[in-house]
Design a protein around this ligand. Structure first.
Ligand code: DCP
Ligand code: MG
Length: 380
């Protein structure tokens, strides 16, 4: 039996904070409000913008843009360094607000999550009112704005949350789905990156209505397995469930050295021993857990600390060495502490991402964020 026919129409909310890192910084320093602001690496370190506020966006500044270029576009831009720990604290608080409404909360990144509120009794089961309440509570408790989209599935809820940013709320009722989807450009389809979008356009398919006008068979012939997916999405169908993810775990080992490690070569040989110890720890991972990111932490003799983190699926010593080189280059001083670690995600999350990724341009959200996520916002 097709369960889609018997299960109730779902109510999915996608929440995405507005200019997240910048919003936290403006919350904590009111003098930054109203000015164009970017959070990211410095131009001297060839850093990139992790994000910027909406004032800065008016000048064409955006995430992943080199800070040098951002300053050229907006000479008055205030640039501040990311304070990841602060953003993690805010993120945990926001997730706990979401979990007051449903257990089915699936975080996608620090500032983004899906909620399935189909069976939530809050606000007489009105997803729209739940979304409004969430927005108000996040503003009251955390001091930043969240945009929300409400729809019968993940694909549309995500598009809806982006529709009226900042401080947006868009509700797509089940009866409005087909009208809404028909006008969407193919680029909006989940899993369609620039390469696939160009192929679709060459085939004369510009909007979802164009795609939906073709038969499933025709799309399968043109686009292989992706064809089925395109067909369903362009009809507004997306069966992906909201999969609750428990707080991400991490594994790590570190060592404070009795004598500082004098140079990069000394650090490299110690690093390999640490990676071996980390590998030992990783044997404890369950079958449903997988490595999602790796990091190297360095504390220099002047107590300055730096962390370099990247997307990775295994504990590859060569990748750790690359991260070490990058981190060491930031200060080029003797090192008193070295650490290596890995962030762990449940396997099924990675599986889903891989399924819908269509090559480099259709990278998963986690991969997309990689360039600016090291603590210094340097490009990869
Ligand atoms: N981020 C990053 N590097 C990127 C993109 C994002 O480090 N290339 C970080 C900074 C953002 C946070 O992730 O604040 C959330 O990413 P979003 O894409 O949701 O961007 P914002 O929340 O900053 O802005 P928006 O209002 O468009 O959601
Ligand atoms: Mg955001």
């Amino acid at each position: 039996m097709n369960t889609a026919l018997v299960s109730p129409i779902r109510k999915i909310i996608h929440c995405d904070c507005d200019c997240f890192y910048a919003a936290i910084e403006m919350r904590d320093d009111p003098s930054l409000r109203g000015k164009p602001l970017a959070v990211g690496g410095t131009p001297e370190q060839r850093g990139v913008v992790a994000t910027c506020n909406y004032e800065a966006r008016k000048f064409g500044v955006h995430s992943a843009m080199p800070t040098v270029q951002a300053l050229r576009r907006c000479p008055d831009l205030v640039v501040i360094r990311p304070a990841m720990e602060k953003y993690r604290v805010a993120s945990r608080r926001i997730l706990s607000i979401y979990r007051d409404y449903t257990d089915l909360v699936e975080p996608l990144s620090l500032d983004e999550a899906y909620l399935d509120v189909t069976h939530s009794n809050a606000h007489d089961s009105s997803a729209t009112r739940i979304a409004k309440d969430i927005k108000a509570r996040v503003y009251e408790d955390v001091g930043i704005r969240v945009s929300a989209g409400v729809a019968p599935n993940k694909f549309l809820a995500k598009i809806a949350s982006d529709w009226n940013k900042p401080d947006g709320l868009l509700v797509i009722l089940p009866e409005a789905v087909s009208g809404f989807v028909a006008a969407l450009p193919v680029e909006k389809l989940f899993g369609v990156g620039t390469v696939t979008a160009a192929r679709l356009r060459r085939a004369g398919l510009k909007t979802c209505a164009d795609v939906a006008a073709r038969s499933r068979l025709e799309l399968r012939t043109l686009f292989g397995v992706l064809g089925d997916r395109l067909f369903e999405l362009s009809c507004g169908i997306d069966r992906r469930e909201v999969t609750p993810v428990l707080e991400r775990k991490s594994l790590s080992v570190e060592e404070t050295y009795v004598r500082d490690l004098a140079n990069l070569a000394a650090c490299k040989s110690e690093l390999l021993a640490l990676v071996a110890r980390l590998g030992h720890q990783a044997r404890k991972l369950g079958e449903d857990e997988a490595i999602e990111r790796i990091f190297v932490k360095i504390r220099f003799d002047n107590f300055r600390k730096t962390t370099v983190e990247r997307h990775a699926t295994e504990l590859d010593a060569a990748r750790f060495v690359q991260l070490l080189e990058e981190g060491f280059a930031r200060a080029q001083r003797p090192v008193r502490l070295l650490g290596v670690g890995a962030r762990i995600a449940p396997n099924r999350l990675r599986g889903q991402m891989a399924l819908f990724s269509d090559g480099p341009d259709g990278a998963s959200p986690i991969e997309e964020r990689t360039p600016a996520q090291s603590s210094h916002g340097n490009p990869t």
